[in-house]
Ligand binder design. Sequence first.
Ligand code: EPZ
Length: 417
Amino acid sequence: MDKLVIEGGVPLAGEIAVSGAKNATLPILTAALLTTEPLTVSNVPHLRDVTTMLNLLAQMGVRVSIDERLGVELSSARIAEPVAPYELVKTMRASVLVLGPLTARYGEARVSLPGGCAIGLRPVDQHLKGLQAMGAEVAIEHGYISVRAQRLRGARICMDLVTVTGTENIMMAATLATGTTVIENAAREPEVADLAHCLNAMGARVRGAGSDVITIEGVDRLHGARYRVMPDRIEAGTYLAAAAATGGSIRLTGTRPDILDAVLEKLREAGARITTGPDWIALETNGAPGAVNVRTAPYPAFPTDMQAQFMALDSVARGTALVTETVFENRFMHVQELKRLGADIEVEGNTAVVKGVAHLDGATVMATDLRASASLVLGGLIARGATTVERVYHIDRGYERIEEKLSKLGARIRRVR
Ligand code: EPZ
């Protein structure tokens, strides 16, 4: 397994480009199942999770071709079998996103029940509730979700809780249902809106995506389209937090500042000076950041996917910070590892008390989930001496060429095979 070895203590400086958003790419790739015509997607990030999704779609019979600039063309003229097997689903829960499109297009789907993962149980009851409301029969047998439907009917669905992929699954299923579907208490994440824009480019009639009420008028069929994925706001936030934590100054291009308000606000509160343009963000700091309290919640509040990274920043900030996780029940796996680097963190329920220390000291640490591993890389960039982050396959799931981008910003980091 690959490791990353980091010599910390270097303030990050320089300019890098932000890649396409993982959490917009994944649902958009499954949208190809909704039409027989080719869907061409550009700005696709080169990530493990994207490769996994492309493998899953290819296994179903989708023809996948990738051009030299990583543009992906998918055509689902005929699907061999509408099944997402356990072997693939267990490596990536987002595989559940094929459920809605398969049910809408083929009237049936079998998807392995995604198990829990490091950050929580992560059930899919809301996904199933929505499909049942549209007339699908759902059964769970031998660890698989089986869904059948003659033709889905539009319905009014109020989600019991905010779920990003739950909203996306139901929205995709509704595009080919008869009649109109209204999703209330929908997730407002920008990636949901990006998927809606792609579906509308394919001839769907989705309105209100990005707000908590989404209306979808079903149509008989969707056609192919060419679509460019939005930039990754969590990747952008991660590099900004890394620069603030190391007392550096960086500039990000190919990004959008309007989808990171909560994160930019917290970075300013920590003492960073931030300027933005339509597609760039510049951050300048001098010296250690000030401690900032963080409380995660669905968009537009502070994103749970940025919680671990801010805990690394707070670990060397001036003062004490409270970090509260309200979305997942077990997203503090990084705490023990940050403490191995010398951080002073105490967890009480879903809140961590982080007392800023003068410095961290390099050590060997182990990644457990995608964003926890990002916070360990930040810890290594901050710490004096060498830090080895093991199991970096977690990182490769969500960060494109991380050691290349960090090296460009002056970090002393290398990958050890
Ligand atoms: C999406 O996961 C993202 N993944 C996650 O990013 C992100 O952390 C999460 O949204 C929250 O923003 C993708 O978009 C591929 P949820 P998702 O359904 O949709 C509970 C990353 O690091 N819930 O919004 O799976 C659930 O247990 C990943 O890129 C139910 O109870 O998250 C959780 O506590 C990690 N029943 C909460 O809702 C359901 O049917 C939010 O989950 C669905 C969810």
